[in-house]
Design a protein around this ligand. Structure first.
Ligand SMILES: Nc1ncnc2c1ncn2[C@@H]1O[C@H](COP(=O)(O)OP(=O)(O)O)[C@@H](O)[C@H]1O
Ligand SMILES: [Mg+2]
Length: 336
C-alpha cells in the first residue's frame, strides 16, 4: 500500500482537487484506492456527492477506536466508484486535535492515522494499492499524523508570487517534522492553478524548478474552470469533463506517479471504461445483427424456427463473447 499525503498549510492551492482527481484516476486504472479526508471541512465528501448528514463514522472515529474493538468499515467507508472508497471527515474532526479533544492525550498520538489505515486495509478484506490523504490547511496534530503515515508527500503550489514564498517554508517544515518523527518521506512540489499564457506564471514556474531542483513534478496542473465546476457537481474531473485540460493534466500526473511513486497494482490493468464499453457496444451490435431475420426466399418453405431465437444456450456451452462482456458489465455496476 502506497500512502501519499497532500499537504500545504495554505488553503486554496488545490489539495482537495488533487486528492479527488488523482483518486478517481487511479481507481479507473484499476488501482484499489482509498481516499482519506483529514480536513474537518469535509470537502472530499462534498466533491464526491456524499451527503454529510449521512456520514455515520468519520476518519477521526477510526483513529480513536481502541485497539481491542473491531472496526466496522461498513459504517465508515463510502464506495464512491469502482475501486474507490472514501473515509470521510466532518466538522467534529476539528475538535479531535484541540486540547482535551482526545488525540493530544492519546498514546501514539502521531501514529493514530497510520494505525487506522492499516486496520481499514486489513478489515476491508481486499487490500488497497494506494491511499491518498487530503490534509487540512494547517500544520497540527492531524497533519503530523498524515506525515507519519505517508511514504510520499505532494505539496500543491499555485504558480503565483506569494505561493512561491510559502513553498520553501512549507518544504522546510515538512522536512524537519518528518526528520523529528524518524519517518522518511519523499516530498514533491506540484505546480497548480498554472496559467501558461502569463509570463509571470511561467517565470515563477522556472524559479520554482531552480530553487527546488529535482523536487518539482514535471507535470503541471493548469488553471481550468472545469475543475471548479466538477466540484460543485460532486464529480471527479475525469467523469465531469474527461477532455478538459484539468482532466488531461491530472491524468498525466497519475501516469507519472504510477511510474515514479512505486505504486503497484494487484489487479490487471484494465481499461474497462473506454475499451470494454466499446467492445460491449460492438458485441451488442453483432448480437442484434445475428438475430435480425434474414431475407427469406418465398419460393421454398420457411426454415426459420422463431422459438429457437434467443433460446438459452445448451448447458455447458461456452458463453458467447457478448454474454461474457454483458455479465462483466453487470458485475461492475453491481459493485459500484
Ligand atoms: N487547476 C485549477 N484550476 C481552476 N480552479 C482550481 C484548480 N485547482 C483548484 N481549483 C479551485 O480552487 C478552489 C480551491 O481548491 P481546493 O482544491 O479546494 O484547494 P485546497 O484543498 O488546497 O484548499 C476550489 O474552488 C477549486 O475548485
Ligand atoms: Mg481542501
Amino acid at each position: 500500500l502506497r500512502i501519499i499525503a497532500i499537504i500545504n498549510q495554505k488553503g486554496g492551492c488545490g489539495k482537495t482537487t488533487s486528492a479527488i482527481s488523482l483518486a478517481s484516476i487511479f481507481a479507473k486504472r484499476n488501482f484499489r484506492t482509498l481516499l482519506v479526508d483529514l480536513d474537518p471541512q469535509g470537502h472530499c465528501a462534498a466533491g464526491l456527492a456524499v451527503p454529510e448528514s449521512r456520514i455515520d463514522l468519520d476518519i477521526g472515529d477510526a483513529m480513536m477506536l481502541p485497539a481491542d474493538r473491531t472496526m466496522d468499515v461498513s459504517r465508515l467507508l463510502w464506495r464512491v466508484a469502482r475501486n474507490l472508497d472514501l473515509a470521510p471527515s466532518r466538522m467534529k474532526l476539528a475538535g479531535l486535535e484541540a486540547p482535551k479533544g482526545g488525540l493530544m492525550d492519546a498514546d501514539d498520538k502521531e501514529y493514530r492515522l497510520a494505525a487506522a489505515i492499516e486496520r481499514i486495509n486489513e478489515v476491508s478484506g481486499n487490500p488497497y494499492d494506494v491511499c491518498l490523504i487530503d490534509c487540512p490547511p494547517s500544520i497540527g496534530l492531524l497533519t503530523y499524523n498524515a506525515l507519519a503515515a505517508a511514504k510520499e508527500v505532494i505539496v500543491p503550489v499555485e504558480t503565483s508570487y506569494f505561493s512561491l514564498q510559502g513553498a520553501s517554508r512549507q518544504l522546510a517544515t515538512i522536512r524537519s517534522l518528518s526528520r523529528r518523527m524518524g519517518s522518511r518521506v519523499r516530498t514533491r512540489l506540484l505546480p497548480t492553478l498554472h496559467d501558461p499564457s502569463s509570463t509571470l506564471a511561467r517565470d515563477l514556474l522556472e524559479e520554482l524548478k531552480r530553487l527546488f531542483p529535482g523536487c518539482v513534478i514535471p507535470q503541471v496542473i493548469r488553471y481550468d474552470v472545469a475543475l471548479k465546476e466538477a466540484t460543485s457537481f460532486g464529480q471527479p474531473i475525469d467523469d465531469y469533463a474527461p477532455d478538459s485540460p484539468g482532466a488531461l493534466d491530472y491524468g498525466a500526473l497519475g501516469e507519472w506517479l504510477t511510474q515514479h511513486a512505486s505504486i503497484d497494482r494487484q489487479l490487471e490493468p484494465d481499461e474497462f471504461d473506454s475499451v470494454t464499453m466499446g467492445q460491449l457496444q460492438t458485441a451488442i451490435d453483432d448480437m442484434i445483427d445475428s438475430r435480425r431475420p434474414t431475407a427469406i426466399d418465398l419460393s421454398t418453405p420457411a426454415e426459420v424456427e422463431p422459438e429457437t431465437l434467443g433460446a438459452e444456450p445448451a448447458p455447458g456451452a461456452p458463453p458467447s463473447r457478448a454474454d461474457e462482456i454483458y455479465l462483466r458489465a453487470q458485475n461492475m455496476t453491481r459493485r459500484a
